[in-house]
Write a protein that binds this ligand. Structure first.
Ligand SMILES: [Zn+2]
Ligand SMILES: [Zn+2]
Length: 144
């Protein structure tokens, strides 16, 4: 166990997020969810707050309400697994997923990547499956 940089006799709790030197609990302070030593905190506090991903909490990742298209894509993708409903929801999930992904590309750190991706993948699968099936039935009825 490394000793704190400031207190030789105290074991370090964690390294400073910025300078990576080990510090004890008394020396570490929190800023924007990061554990920092005091000199680094002073330096960071003088800077504008960092953008994403730290401004988003855990719940934003589970249910990314800040990226509604990604969330909608996810649910469309899930419900598209139901036959017939999927004929419409499949393409909707695909479109919404692409929009959600584009929003993440424009705003790096925006939550919902996994949701948007799920929507896109499920959208492609269900669209191909149901419309492919519909086409097969159509071709089959014509061939008769
Ligand atoms: Zn530091
Ligand atoms: Zn210390």
């Amino acid at each position: 166990m490394q000793a704190c940089v400031n207190h030789e006799e105290t074991p370090a709790l964690a390294p400073c997020t910025s300078c990576q030197r080990p510090f004890c609990q008394a020396c570490l302070v929190e800023l924007y969810g990061f554990a920092l030593c005091r000199p680094c905190r002073e330096f960071r506090a003088a800077q504008p707050p960092p953008l994403a991903p730290t401004q988003y909490g855990v719940m934003d990742r589970v249910v990314p309400t800040r990226n509604p298209q990604a969330l909608a894509a996810y649910y469309c993708g899930i419900f598209a697994l139901i036959p017939l409903v999927g004929n419409l929801l499949g393409p909707a999930a695909l479109v919404l997923g692409v929009v959600g992904m584009r929003r993440i590309a424009e705003m790096p750190g925006l939550p919902g990547r996994a949701h948007a991706l799920t929507g896109v993948i499920l959208g492609i699968i269900t669209t191909l499956l149901y419309w492919g099936l519909a086409a097969l039935i159509l071709i089959g009825s014509f061939a008769r």
